[in-house]
Design a protein around this ligand. Structure first.
Ligand code: INI
Length: 174
């Protein structure tokens, strides 16, 4: 019999009082625009206001990590949402573009402590990309933005807990 009942922390899905950067690529912009719309829709429905969401456009997914790093380094944002579309059929260097985008975005998170969401659709075909950009298989921009709201809440709570009892202020508690 298990008596132990650990506390489970889950990030709330309330975006009020948080700031978000969206870094998005123009490559396949007929789809990235849909992903951006999905992300903004998610943030708005979670309670974010216009002044708390900024969008930074870059040429392609390969440029997303540095844009995410620069956004994170401003210290203005609680989370960054990286958005792009890379289709295998369109490029012989798919693995480099998609791989570097994923690796880079992940290392920005770890190096800065600012969560960076991977809202990059990587598919074999344009049709699959279309389906993940607002049609049959959902909208990856929306999903990434909801994940951003969740982890922003969770990490703010964790930072407050971490500082508890150490005589520090609670810098992230509003
Ligand atoms: N960038 C993308 O975001 N998606 C792609 O499918 C793509 N293809 O097919 O090549 C792509 N290439 C551009 C790349 O991201 C850089 O912008 C470019 O190499 C300049 O650094």
């Amino acid at each position: 019999m298990i008596n132990l009942q650990p506390v489970i922390h889950r990030g709330k899905t309330n975006a009020e009082g948080f700031r978000f950067a969206i870094v998005a690529s123009r490559w396949n912009d007929f789809l990235t625009s849909k992903l951006i719309d999905g992300a903004v829709d998610a943030l708005s429905s979670a309670g974010a206001v216009e002044a708390d969401v900024e969008i930074f456009m870059v040429p392609g997914a390969f440029e997303l990590p540095l844009a995410a790093l620069k956004a994170a380094q401003t210290g203005k944002f609680d989370a960054v949402i990286a958005i792009g579309v890379v289709v295998r059929g369109e490029t012989p260097h798919f693995d480099y573009v998609a791989g570097e985008a994923a690796k880079g975005v992940s290392s920005v998170s770890l190096e800065t402590g600012v969560p960076v969401m991977f809202g990059v659709v990587t598919t074999d075909t344009v049709e699959q990309a279309i389906n993940r950009s607002g049609l049959k298989a959902g909208n990856k921009g929306f999903e990434a933005a909801m994940a951003a709201v969740e982890v922003a809440n969770l990490y703010r709570e964790m930072t407050a807990t971490e500082n508890k009892g150490k005589g520090k202020a609670f810098p992230h508690v509003v």
